[in-house]
Write a protein that binds this ligand. Sequence first.
Ligand code: MGP
Length: 231
Amino acid sequence: MTTELATPSEHQNNHQQKSGLSDPTWQADQDPQQQQSQQQTIVAQSVLTDPNIKFPLENSWSFWFYKNDKSKSWKDNVKFITTVDFVEDFWGVYNHLQLVSKMSPGCDYMFFKKDIPPMWEDPQNLDGGRWVLNLDKKYRGTSLDVYWLNTLLALIGDQFMDESAYVNGVWVNIRAKMDKIALWTKSAKDVDVQMKIGQKYREVLGLKEGMITYEEHDDGSKKNEAPLLKC
Ligand code: MGP
């Protein structure tokens, strides 16, 4: 989802031509610093109100969907929806998707960095794990949608700061009794990095201590291993 954008200097020139700001006689009696700051304000205002300007995201992100169809393999049930590169496109897609609280049990949404498919097998997930928030189905009427949206906003808003590079994406599972939001990260064995991500995530969602646990991805070979970390 991309659009033709004027570069900032083209935009400024266009605006200057329209407003007469490029005219050297314009408010000649004004102090040059004042003139410059006034020009900057006008340009900033015109950028903010120009319907053709879109705000790029720090990373491109992809929406995916999973529906448990028992006649198909797990992988065939994972469907790519679209990739978004701009804030406006993120909202365009989000607003057209069903709220997670309204999805049928057995369905999931995934939201991952553009080049990372939401699968353990991908090299960028292989050594990773996930911060898991389990939510009883009663939260569908209250916090589930808010937690999901706030997670998406934390991802596109680069809230994980220095650890952002370790955050690959997020899943939400809707199941008969217990739903789950799982933030997927790289380098599960790096406790320091995972704790920083976990603490930030808990803060973003406003959760009480101990509500999220971290576990390595389990392809069946690590059965019975206790969660690595709690936050
Ligand atoms: P899960 O959703 O990670 O298990 O995987 P969980 O958290 O216990 O949730 P629930 O759905 O069981 O409530 C459930 C099953 O989906 C796994 O046992 C796998 O069969 C399959 N599966 C899940 N993931 C994330 C993958 C994956 O990345 N790759 C493959 N091949 N299978 C997966």
